[in-house]
Design a protein around this ligand. Sequence first.
Ligand SMILES: Cc1ncc(COP(=O)(O)O)c(C=O)c1O
Length: 423
Amino acid sequence: MGDEERTAARARGTVGGEGGRAEELQPATLAVHAGRPGWRGDGETGLPRTAGIPTSPPIHLSTAYWHPTAEDLDRAMAGEPGRYSYARFGSPTVAALEEALAALEGTEAACAYPSGMAAVFAALSAAGLGPGTSLLLSRDVYGATLALARDHFAPLGVEVRTVDATDLRAVAQALAETRPTAFLFESVSNPLLRVADGPELVRLAKAAGARVVVDNTFATPLGARPAEWGADFVVHSTTKFLAGHGDVLGGAVLSSAADRELLSARTKLIGSVPSPFDAWLALRGLRTLHVRLARQEENAARLADWLAGHPAVARVHYPGRPDHPDHEVARRVLRGPGAMVSADLAGGRPAASRLLASVRLWVPATTLGDCHSLVLYPAESSHRGLTPAERHALGIGDGLVRFSVGIEAFEDLRRDLARALAG
Ligand SMILES: Cc1ncc(COP(=O)(O)O)c(C=O)c1O
């Protein structure tokens, strides 16, 4: 298999062995195996064989690596894959996580970061933002991403504009007017779980000469693979579904090998690298992503239907239901409706406050994607920086609550919510 063939095979999620062996591996198998020493079956483990090959990637905490010969050190310092010199430049445990994420997302390469925001920043910077350039963002991007654009990039001389990404005509017009250097949108938005037509957005933005960044945190690589749409950079907060246990902050940018060179050259200078222990935790969590997500999606679908029939609920937002405005788009561009559900409580803010104070199993916390269920009130957390008028313009009402559905027994989750909604 030649280099080009191997790259194409990787992009299809195929693992090409050095000896010409090629296996079509399903995402579930990649989640479990990718990054494990010797997982490609090509005899390459990246580790010395004297003690046997560990079945799980070891946590290499060493900050530096010595080499027995000057020639070996030179090759490591030159950045030859699989050779290490100093942990800020790369380390085996972080590399194992990156390999697994790239395999799952179907990209040539991945660069891991200590948080999702570090990854968003790195992707936007690598996309070429600087004085005199412009950035187009979906108007309902994660609050910190919008703040990064307005409070960091705009003062540097980047023109920042937002657009409703579900309105393709508006996007086409904004692209024509601003000719942005970069366009960023989320494959599933927060908290209304809007699903824009990702493939069409990427096509429009590329035709306008923009580099495209897609935040795929809510969908996960099992729900969408934006690199297949042509996105240049796919961003994740691995803190959420990928790590999945609420115990490690992390992020990643998935890209071509050439863009990864640029990302890692900057990372070396900025020092925005995850610790090997954090990388190991994220990889450890990733191993069960497919079973967690399957259970979470099943629970989410049941929750959405139950909430829709509840008298205290005015409206449910779940892309898996036909009453969601993007249901048809979601069926076309996502592989599953996801594990997030939002609901407008008829009783507004007082009802939302009562709910958050009364739940026992649902954890009222500012995060998502954990194996335990979480509930959040956007007006006071993710969207507290907006005025009520700005929130209403986005469709975020005073009674809106967001549920990140976990893997618990659905009946227990339902009973806990039923009691909290009654109280
Ligand atoms: C869609 C999305 N992107 C990025 C981030 C930032 O991730 P982190 O908190 O890991 O920096 C978040 C955090 O909630 C998010 O929801």
